[in-house]
Each structure stands twice: as C-alpha cells, then as structure tokens.
Design a protein around this ligand. Sequence first.
Ligand code: FVH
Length: 310
Amino acid sequence: MPAEGQLNTGVITREGEMTMNTTGAKQYAFLGLGNMGRALAGAALAEGRGVTVWNRTPGKSAELEERGAVAAESLEDALRSSPVVVACLFDLASVEEQLFGHADLLRGRVLVNLTTTNPEESRKIGRWAAENGVRYLDGGIMATPGMIGREGSQILYSGEEAVFEEERDLLDLWGESRYFGSDAGLASLWDLAILAGMYVMYAGFFQGAAMVGSEGVKAVDFAAIAQPFLRSMTEFLPVQAQVIDSGSYEHGGQSLEFSDLGKMVRAADDQGVSPRAVQMVQDLLREQIDAGFGHEDFERIFEGFRGGNQ
Ligand code: FVH
C-alpha cells in the first residue's frame, strides 16, 4: 500500500482521478494478476509508470507493491485510479462478470483487454464498450509471461485505432505492437490462427515422441534431435505462403503424391502408437489426390481448409 498521502502527490484531475504519478509518469490500472497480468504490470513498473493493481483473490500483488505498485482496495478503486485500464483476466465470462456492471466507471476511459477471447467474444466486448462510451482496444498476446518486454514478444491489437496510437508508449513496453483494424475481433482471429499452427506442430511432435518412445527413447532425447530440423523447416513458411497466394499449385515443388504419408501412418501403427496427428494430414492429402491433383504441389492441401466443414 502507498504511504499515507502518497496518492495526493500525483496529478489529480477535477474528477479526482490521478493521471500521472509523482514523477510525472502516466498512471495505469492493471486488473488480473495471474502470471501474465503480473508480467504486464511489472514491465510498466520497470519503466517508471504509475501502476495500480487489482486481483479478484488478494495476495498476488506483494512483489509488484515492493516495486512501487499501489494495490487497490476494490475493483471500483482500481477503475477510478487511472485513465487507462489494462485487463488480463481468464476469459470472456470473467471480463463480463467484472466489467460489464461498471460501465459508469469506465465511461471515457481506455480499456485495453488482453484476456484471450475468440473473435465473436472480442466483438461482444467491443460492442458493449461502444454502447457505453468506453474506448476499447482488444489484444492477443503472442508471448509467454517470461517473454514480455523481450525480443520475440508480439502483441496483436484491434479496435479503436486512436487508442492504439495514443497508448503506444505503454503497449511497446510489452513487445512488438501490431494493429489489425477497427473490428475488435481481428486481433483474436490472428492470435488463434497462429496458435492453430503451434498446436498442430506440437501434436505432430508428440506423436513422433510416442513413436520413438515405443522403443524406449526419452522425449527429451527425441527433442534434442528433432528441434534443429523442425526449426529449420519453419524457414519455408514464407515460400509456402507465396505458393498459396499465387492461387496455383503447379510450381514444381514437392508433389502431393510424393508427400503421401502412408509410411508414417503405418510406422506409428506398427509401433502400437496412434497415428492420428499424421492421419489428419494424410486425409487432407488423399482428398486432393482423389480429386485428381496428385501431381500438384503439397501446398494444395490448403484448399481442404477453405469452405469450412465439408
Ligand atoms: N500465460 C500464458 O502464457 C498465456 C499467453 C497468451 C495469453 N494468455 C492469456 O492471458 C490471460 C491471463 O493468463 P494468465 O497466464 O495470467 O492466467 P492465470 O495465471 O491463470 O491467471 C488468471 C487470472 O484471471 C483471474 N480470473 C479468473 N477468473 C476470474 C473472474 N471470474 N473474475 C476476475 N478475475 C478472474 C485470476 O484471478 P484469481 O483466480 O487469482 O482471483 C487471475 O488473475 C488468459 O486469458 C490467457 O489465455 C496467457
């Protein structure tokens, strides 16, 4: 907690809100002190920003307080404390539960919501914000808490562009800031699209670990040998993207027929391992081969994703 009177030495508006701390730095409220929320607030503190924090369950703010944060007594106090509110809660339900009843306190303020939601959920929050005069920016964090403020951290944003521009001095503390448009759902769409790639890659890696694991190989030993190869394969993503964007799959690359994964499915089966990660890719391949495109490039399986659930 701040020493008595400390809050009064900041810059106070007529509404009683502190917009700057004692050193003239801007004032921010952080809601949600999970692993990510603490990392975000910590990055702001490290740069001397004025930080008020709130968490539903008390007891998570000690380290931030030692570094200069003010722990709000209540959510309402936290919302009143700052012109810019950063929320990093669990999901849409937690955002609705904590914020939708406080439109009066948030009106005219900036809300940067970094809670992971799907695009429709982000749009729902965006509509609520617009209806209540809350200036809204939705964010998708492409980083782990330990990456915040370090190279490789990217945060994706959509919503009110003016907010994105005005708050860059905060947003850029966390990583590379990218803006995708006024539709509040766009950052989430990009976020989840990138994570789709990550999770499917991990599932393939796990299947591989199970395959060699059936011969007693430890997953860490598999990772040591697989990682350099998998990392170098990501270098081809931009090339594959060019093939997709060209709209033609006849660039003389690896053909669908050549890529057939039957051997991989069989190898997993023979080892008593489920082949389902690779089977998913094999199904996409077979679909295109059966449609007569076996001589075309592997990237043609992209077409299997368009048009939804056929
Ligand atoms: N951690 C990560 O690597 C990822 C990276 C990508 C983005 N995600 C998203 O960030 C949101 C928060 O994640 P987190 O890592 O901070 O998660 P936790 O450590 O589990 O903390 C969750 C916080 O949410 C609070 N909370 C949960 N439910 C409610 C609620 N109904 N009302 C108010 N707050 C709520 C929880 O509070 P408490 O349980 O301590 O009281 C924590 O502060 C998340 O969307 C990730 O998908 C992180």
